[in-house]
Design a binder for this molecule. Structure first.
Ligand code: ADP
Ligand code: ADP
Length: 226
């Protein structure tokens, strides 16, 4: 469970200002989608929340704690990227288990979490497969599974479907909708430029334009009027 607060969050590269002071309150368990044209700063904002980018102004709080100076690994977040980098020589099971093994978790705990994640993502019958024997959509589900087993408080998605073909995109979007249902306490933030993804997944949509928030509202509120 974690709420997020962004207070006047700014990001610049040298004298190039990318985010011009973002104010946003995200409730625990909310599914927030960032939309907006290419280059408006969606990915920069998400990466700033993750701590992969250092913000140059403002404050960022996760579950009440100011995290400006907290490294990514200590923020309780997990992130799913556009392109999934699975270990090719490891089975699906081992791909999902790897981080926990490194962290020294017990075999029983690893097994419990991997199987629970596989169940949610309908990967149970593929646990012994190698990534090369799976479709792109299935591989992206393994990447999501790797993030789930971390027990994140906040789940971040950076255009997770954009490398998939149209049919797989729909199927994987439905999986993500189920994931949202099965992890109702986990706050999720999702970046896309796809309006259908935004409308079907979001509790609230944040529309960004030129590094500023242009609009915030539920899908109904934003898309009721053309
Ligand atoms: P979006 O995700 O909405 O497409 P981004 O957050 O990726 O937008 O990028 C926002 C702007 O920041 C773009 O103009 C991009 O060129 C610029 N930008 C991103 N990363 C860097 C960087 N490392 N150095 C300079 N400019 C960057
Ligand atoms: P561990 O589980 O011991 O942290 P990993 O090999 O899984 O080890 O990860 C190495 C580092 O990369 C960690 O510091 C972790 O925070 C970060 N990391 C790995 N996977 C993710 C992810 N999906 N989202 C965010 N951070 C991640």
């Amino acid at each position: 469970m974690a709420d997020l607060t962004l207070r006047d969050v700014k990001k610049s590269y040298g004298n190039l200002n990318i985010l011009h002071g973002i104010d946003l309150d995200i409730k625990s368990g909310e599914f927030i989608v960032f939309v907006g044209p290419s280059g408006c700063g969606k990915s920069t904002l998400l990466r700033s929340i993750a701590g992969l980018e250092e913000i140059t102004g403002g404050e960022l709080y996760i579950a009440g704690e100011k995290v400006n100076d907290v490294p990514p690994s200590k923020r309780g977040i997990a992130m799913v990227f556009q392109s999934y980098a699975l270990y090719p020589h490891m089975t699906v099971y081992d791909n999902m288990a790897f981080g926990m093994k490194i962290a020294g978790e017990s075999k029983a705990e690893i097994d419990k979490r991997v199987r629970a994640a596989a169940e949610i993502l309908q990967l149970t019958k593929y646990l012994d497969r190698l990534p090369k024997a799976m479709s792109g959509g299935q591989r992206q589900r393994v990447a999501i599974g790797r993030a789930i087993v971390r027990n994140p408080k906040v789940f971040l998605f950076d255009e997770p479907l954009s490398n998939l073909d149209a049919a797989l995109r729909v199927a994987t979007r439905i999986e993500i909708a189920k994931l949202k249902e099965s992890m109702p306490n986990t706050t999720m933030i999702y970046v896309t430029h796809d309006q259908v993804e935004a409308m079907t997944l979001a509790d609230r949509i944040v529309v960004l334009k030129d590094g500023r928030i242009e609009q915030v509202g539920s899908p109904m509120e934003l898309y009721k009027h053309p």
